[in-house]
Design a protein around this ligand. Sequence first.
Ligand code: ADP
Ligand code: MG
Length: 678
Amino acid sequence: MVDLLPILKTRFGFNAFRPYQQEVCEEVARGGDALLVMPTGAGKSLCYQLPGVARTGTTLVISPLVALMEDQVQKLQSLGFKAERIHSGRDRSTSRTVCEQFLRNELDFLFIAPERLAVPGFPEMLAKRRLALMAVDEAHCISQWGHDFRPEYRMLGARLPLLRGGLDGNARTPIVALTATATPRVQRDILSQLGLTGSKAFIHGFRRTNIAIEVTELSQGDRAEKILEVLSNDERRPAVIYAATRKNTEALAAALKEKFRVGIYHAGLNKDLRDRTQTAFLSGEIEVMVATIAFGMGIDKANVRTVVHAALPATLEGYYQEIGRAGRDGLPSQAKLYWSFADKKMQEFLHEKSYPPLEQLGRIFSTVQAIASPEPKEFVRARTHLDSEDFDAALEKLWIHGGVKVDPDETIHLGSEAWRDMYQRQSGHRLEQLKKMDDFAQGTRCRMLHLVRHFGDEQDSGKPCGLCDICAPETASLRPLESVERAEVRAILAMIREREGQSVLRMHREGAPKVERKKFDVYLSALAKSGRVSVEERTFEKDGKSISYRTARALGDEEGDESLEGVMIPSSAPSAPKKKKSTRGAPKAAGPGAAQPISVPSESARVAVVALKEWRLSEARERKVPAFTILSDRVLQTIAATLPRDLAALEAVRGMGPKLVAKHGGEILKVLSPVCER
Ligand code: ADP
Ligand code: MG
């Protein structure tokens, strides 16, 4: 066995291994397969680079993003390794040269995108040489249960085993799969798809010891004020505030900018502006970044002191990634999450929008089945009696899951029956993720431990963190009850015992004592956190929709009600019974990125729709995909109605992100220019 430490020092210039690197490197260097799940920044790349070098020969690296590839290649080259990459951004002759270098055994590392393996002749070319090692970076992309599923990754399962050799009696090439975000379910999926079942999994390092997590139930309207208060402590900045929507980032930023140097970051702003804001945040010129989750990937700022979630995140994996951006320097940091039952309702509403009712998909499917010959989209739609927005949403999902095939000109053909199962599983999985997030928010055990367990970190100490609002309620800006409040809480507990099984809403409305709804929720959540009450979610079906509500049940016996020991409420909760206070919401500012619809004579709009559709069809034909995947009808209509004249205006159109603009922006403006000149 080669000694790895000298290689680490001389070739990579590091003095020592970071936690867990050595055991992974040893396992892979000796030819074992491995799955490695460690948080971003833990140093996963070394875990394929070092064993690859130790094994001598070429290490093949599969990576999903050109930018990631370029970055890694450049780092390896600067260390003196021969590293190359083949991706869509490079021309044919360069790629050919790289292949020749590979065949001459001149490369230490070859980076490719997964879709390269579908190019005829390419896997055969790779198979001509024995690889030292294969590394699959961002391996969670292979699983449809991961939060960043990429269909191109799916073919790795079929192709990689063929490249491993080992049939001729030689040892097989090892595979190492790496990711920062994989729940146990995604881990199992990665292992089975890559044929690695039975190999070693290293799941490590999810515990962060310097982040104090606090979760507070707070109504939407009170959050801006609360965040202002949190950040007014100088030690809590720099900070990143995550808001749920672009509009909310603008509104929050408007509320904060009197006091702090604030930047806004979301996908609706153009790339230039985003880059400038990001640089200003990195340099410290901006101290509070208000952003959607579009912000943060690959950002390396060590001294972020606070990460705030101004709304309930969609997944626990996403939440963990985002709070992980706090305290990279190891100094004490905070993660604050504000949420309310209304957030959860909003998430469910969004879920229903992105997963239309099964019945609607079924209606389209059986209509197409009954017609028996391929027909244009409008013809099919008329027969389903769905309105065009519902129809488009349902059709797209049906298409994704194979229930129909759609030509570039949007003629619809029958697909396969299997869509139903797949669709239900996916939708169910998303709902499960929402539930996990909700369980976390309502949780009554150590927050950090909850996260560590969620990721399946089995070797973790299992100790409570001592920092979060559950472990250390006294530091979490909570206060004990005042005497009037104690009386109210006792009465509420008694009432809950009496009305067990009723909805929380009804308890509040009909039960005694009469307290304001907000205060009632504060009490209820304090009772739940201290383990005196369990709040459960129930659903019932009404008109084909499932409606959820909460019920409460008292735990323990009545004798314990007297003391109310450990029942703490947020110090921001108003104390004395209040007079009517105006519920000040965050100002509804229309920031610089907000799209201002311009009214355009409908004649121009009509001409623009025709021109855009024509362009869209030719684009769809060229790429052999349905027209709606190029641009949806709704976005197309909005573009025609607002007639943007430059890329910035185009990017501000709802539904056009920077990616779409980069891909089609120039073309779309060209199509529009004759209309604009009219
Ligand atoms: P990950 O892929 O896990 O997010 P990277 O592999 O990109 O993390 O590594 C993060 C940073 O840590 C890089 O800048 C890398 O150079 C550095 N690093 C990795 N291993 C070591 C080590 N043993 N000693 C010092 N720095 C290291
Ligand atoms: Mg990485």
